[in-house]
Design a protein around this ligand. Structure first.
Ligand code: ADP
Ligand code: ADP
Length: 228
């Protein structure tokens, strides 16, 4: 699942370009992080890859195939997206996780929750995996919801992962716990990380600094730390 952004131009409003010729590559199995100030166009990059919108100029390819040439359904089947604010179905925890792969067995679901580091928490609930969550059930914290989303993604086992500010809404302790779960999930998987802060993307193979819709800097975590 190699991802290539080639000279990508994008605007929501023609008078206001958001991406002005962005080119980068996420080699298969590697992790690339896009960091930068708010409004730089970071999330737009993930939305283009997941095809909420199409580029106006340039191209995005996965394994050499233009994302515009595959159906949205098959494109998304190969991508796991962990957003900033996970919204869960008003149903059981098991249902929410099994959504990642409807045929999964109970044992596979439990395995996924081990990776997401939420298995023990779930087992201690009176109804365990059958606990209803959401507005009409148990209220989960942001970190717990994120872990349910991660377990769902583990089960889906997509070749490509998009982590869009997946830990930015959490307190520092929870952020570190979720980060370690995400490090396991993204290992050997083509991963695009969108993040505000350089400190959350220590393990990325390459970091791209986006400013004003252009790549301002790129390099390893240590090189960028020295320069900033
Ligand atoms: P970042 O993730 O770096 O904070 P975004 O990609 O979310 O930035 O947004 C880049 C710019 O595009 C922002 O100025 C934002 O206001 C604008 N923008 C984002 N989404 C839309 C939209 N749906 N319609 C119009 N403008 C948008
Ligand atoms: P897919 O094409 O894999 O069915 P979607 O594009 O519908 O996925 O949604 C992307 C991801 O967002 C899903 O894998 C799921 O994790 C989550 N999702 C979609 N709709 C809902 C919803 N109504 N409630 C909770 N999570 C959802």
């Amino acid at each position: 699942g190699a991802i290539v952004f080639k000279d990508v131009h994008f605007h929501y409003d023609p008078d206001r370009p958001i991406l002005k010729g962005v080119s980068f590559e996420v080699p298969a199995g590697k992790t690339v992080a896009v960091v930068g100030p708010s409004g730089a166009g970071k999330s737009t990059i993930s939305r283009l890859l997941y095809r909420f919108y199409d580029v106006q100029q340039g191209s995005i390819t996965i394994d050499g195939q233009d994302v515009r040439d595959v159906t949205q359904k098959s494109l998304r089947a190969g991508i796991g997206m962990v957003p900033q604010d996970t919204v869960l179905f008003n149903d059981t925890i098991a249902y929410n996780i099994r959504y990642g792969r409807p045929g999964a067995s109970d044992a596979e679901i439990e395995q996924a929750t081990e990776v997401a580091q939420i298995a023990r928490f779930i087992k201690e609930l009176p109804d365990g995996y059958n606990t209803k969550v959401g507005e009409r059930g148990l209220k989960l914290s942001g970190g717990e919801k994120q872990r349910v989303a991660i377990a769902r993604t583990v089960l889906k086992a997509p070749p490509i992962l998009i982590l869009d500010e997946a830990t930015s809404a959490l307190d520092t302790t929870t952020e570190h716990e979720i980060q370690s779960a995400l490090d396991v999930v993204s290992k050997n998987r083509t991963t695009l990380v969108i993040a505000h802060r350089l400190s959350t993307v220590v393990n990325a193979d390459e970091i791209i600094v986006l400013k004003g819709g252009e790549i301002a800097e790129r390099g390893s975590h240590s090189v960028l730390l020295e320069q900033n």
